[in-house]
Design a protein around this ligand. Structure first.
Ligand code: WTA
Length: 620
């Protein structure tokens, strides 16, 4: 079936596309009338409450809340309420090794497993409001424990399994986690990745209880026929749902806090409207559960809608390029959601795509970084076969769910444009005078109050940092953007010292701190350089006291943060351009990398450094 047709600018939905869309036809008009009521109506009618709310939205000086006097449980909404359709698969788990069978877990089975896991957490002493760290590969038990935490009112703090022991330790300590749920190993690129060793290192000397899932039994643990049922904990809508650490500009990751009510509502609604999820639909979001995308569109979004989520353990192109298309075909995936970096990888030697019809696909999505037109068109033609809308979803760990995206039933789908703000949410662009920018004028992307239900409620143990998210009356997204005359937004990239490498969010300061901790190094500056596959790659400029090898520096970053952050190139320089107040001018370094002429160096205390660095770059 064809869901889109060509229009003046990009594509719009066909009749079938409109019919398939799960957002009401008048959703934009209706939601604009009263944004608070728009959300409250969905919350009332489509979310299950233990105690219905009366208060909808309120805002004070430094905080805001949704459904403050209501009580609900996220796990109940994701599981218990679907038990009528008990035999429908909730999770389809696909191990990387093709000799290992895939495992389907029905809603009924998942319900039992989550109850058993909840009992186990309780036995370990976990109570409401405690933090549970989860350091696991994408196997069903990761989702089982996330749901179990939600069930008993504990907040999970998931740590990406490729992060280093140091990164895990920092997150356990900052969060004050009582229990760590982990696995002994997992497979990636056919290799056995040892997690136990990293865990041992990370937890040395820490008082933390552990639950270790044997990878061999992935998807087959918690098999009791009649487990004890643990009643879902009634949570206030504003209680903490989970924390998730993300890179901050200061270099220390910050624990982004999400509230139960708003998160449940927006994960549900966005998954439904953007990916057309409902019972019987199958979604495959390729993001690891260690990132917010995995939280919202691998775990909660599909389950809140009673849909099926596909969980794949390994590399998308293993053992061959076409693995992901095989998975789509074998599992009749309807919504496929991935990152531009993955797409650019798929596009290398792409003749294999001709062998696949991809008939099951209805919606294609991308996230994490701006998608260039070429990649967009490749995705549209080679994977969607010109039939499916592409939803370029813009959002952040802080927003909890997608906030700018074209809806499949509405469109338009324009290459490189994310589209309109999600119904009930208002974004705008402001210029340096903090005035609303006109169409096509570039500026800072901000969200206007009333704030979206799943927007960040706090930074764990850091009130001051939370306040910094707001400028004037707005929430500051720290992204640059502009919008066209029809109100479609185009996202241009970060406005701060955060870079996105292969869609992963990284703080330049965090990498710099690691390099600077080496005794032979005086200082380091990190900048992003355009890369054909990764979108951006990490480049380091390093000033040393005594010689040190490039390899040693790369190794240190890998060890302290994780392989995703390691520099692709290290330039050893005599001096790093700085302003009189000592601020490193990463912008100038970036300009030099791009081969630009740097004209104005008058604000620099060491303008001669620019010429020297230019020579070094040219030589290498
Ligand atoms: C970037 C990921 C362009 C943006 C969900 C944002 C995007 C940061 C898009 C958040 C998109 C995300 N187009 N840029 N569709 N989606 N970004 O917290 O810079 O890992 O601020 O959340 O990713 O990254 P995070």
């Amino acid at each position: 079936m064809k869901f889109v047709k060509k229009s003046k600018k990009g594509y719009t939905p066909t009749k079938e596309g409109k019919k398939e869309g799960q957002s009401p036809p008048d959703v934009y008009k209706e939601s604009k009338k009263n944004r608070v009521e728009f959300w409250a109506k969905i919350a009332r009618e489509e979310i299950d409450w233990i105690k219905p709310f009366k208060k909808k939205y309120s805002q004070k000086k430094d905080s805001f809340s949704w459904f403050e006097d209501g009580k609900l449980n996220l796990c109940y909404n994701a599981l218990d309420r679907h038990l009528k359709k008990r035999d429908r698969p909730a999770i389809i788990f696909i191990p990387e090794n093709q000799d290992e069978k895939k495992i389907e877990i029905s809603y009924k089975e998942l319900y039992k497993k989550v109850n058993e896991a909840s009992a186990l957490l309780k036995k370990k002493g976990v109570k409401k409001e405690d933090i549970v760290a989860i350091y696991m590969p994408p196997i069903p038990e990761a989702l089982i424990f996330m749901l179990a935490c939600a069930r008993i009112g504990a907040a999970h703090s998931v740590v990406f399994s490729a992060f280093s022991p140091e990164a895990l330790r920092m997150r356990i300590q900052d969060g004050g986690a009582k229990v760590l749920v982990t696995s002994n190993y997992y497979f990636r690129k056919g290799k056995k990745m040892n997690l136990s060793k990293k865990v041992r290192k990370a937890c040395k000397g820490l008082k933390i209880k552990k639950i270790v899932i044997d990878r061999k039994k992935a998807g087959k643990t918690f098999k009791k026929k009649n487990p004890k049922i643990i009643e879902p904990e009634p949570m206030n809508a504003e209680d903490l749902a989970f924390i998730l650490y993300t890179s901050g500009t200061t270099g220390k990751p910050k624990g982004v806090m999400h509230a139960v009510g708003g998160y449940t509502l927006q994960a549900y609604t966005s998954a439904r409207y953007i990916f057309n999820l409902r019972e019987g639909e199958r979604m495959w979001c390729t993001a690891d559960i260690g990132w917010i995308t995995g939280h919202t569109y691998t775990c909660y979004g599909p389950l809140l809608n009673g849909a099926t989520t596909i969980l794949y353990e390994g590399l998308l192109t293993f053992p061959k390029q076409d693995r992901f298309l095989k998975i789509i075909r074998e599992n009749k995936v309807n919504a496929f959601y991935t990152a531009p970096t993955a797409l650019r990888m798929f596009a290398i030697n792409d003749s294999y795509t001709q062998k696949y019809k991809n008939n099951s696909l209805k919606v294609l999505g991308t996230v994490g970084e701006p998608i260039d037109e070429e990649t967009w068109n490749w995705f549209f033609k080679k994977i969607g076969k010109g039939r499916c809308p592409i939803v370029d979803t813009y959002w952040q760990t802080e927003t909890g769910a997608a906030v700018i995206a074209s809806l499949p039933g509405h469109g338009p789908f324009i290459p490189s444009y994310a589209g309109k703000p999600f119904p009930g949410i208002e974004y705008t662009v402001i210029n340096n005078k903090r005035k609303k920018a006109s169409p096509y004028e570039q500026g800072l992307l901000v969200q206007s109050p009333p704030f979206s239900p799943s927007l960040i409620r706090g930074v764990w143990k850091n009130k001051k940092r939370y306040k910094k998210y707001f400028i004037g009356k707005y929430y500051n997204a720290s992204d640059n953007a502009f919008y066209d005359k029809e109100g479609n937004f185009r996202i241009l990239g970060r406005s701060d010292d955060i870079i996105k490498v292969a869609g992963h969010r990284m703080s330049t300061a965090e990498i710099e701190n690691v390099i600077e901790s080496l005794p032979k190094v005086v200082e380091a500056a990190i900048v992003g350089k355009e890369d054909k596959i990764k979108g951006t790659k990490v480049i380091a400029f390093v000033r040393t006291k005594s010689p040190i090898s490039e390899k040693r520096i790369i190794k240190e970053v890998s060890k302290k943060i994780g392989p995703i952050s390691k520099p692709s190139k290290v330039y050893f320089v005599k001096d790093i351009p700085k302003t009189r107040s000592g601020k490193m001018m990463r912008r100038i370094l970036k300009g030099l990398l791009e081969g630009n002429e740097i004209k104005n160096t008058s604000t620099l205390i060491n303008p001669e450094s620019v010429r020297e660095i230019k020579e070094i770059i040219n030589k290498n």
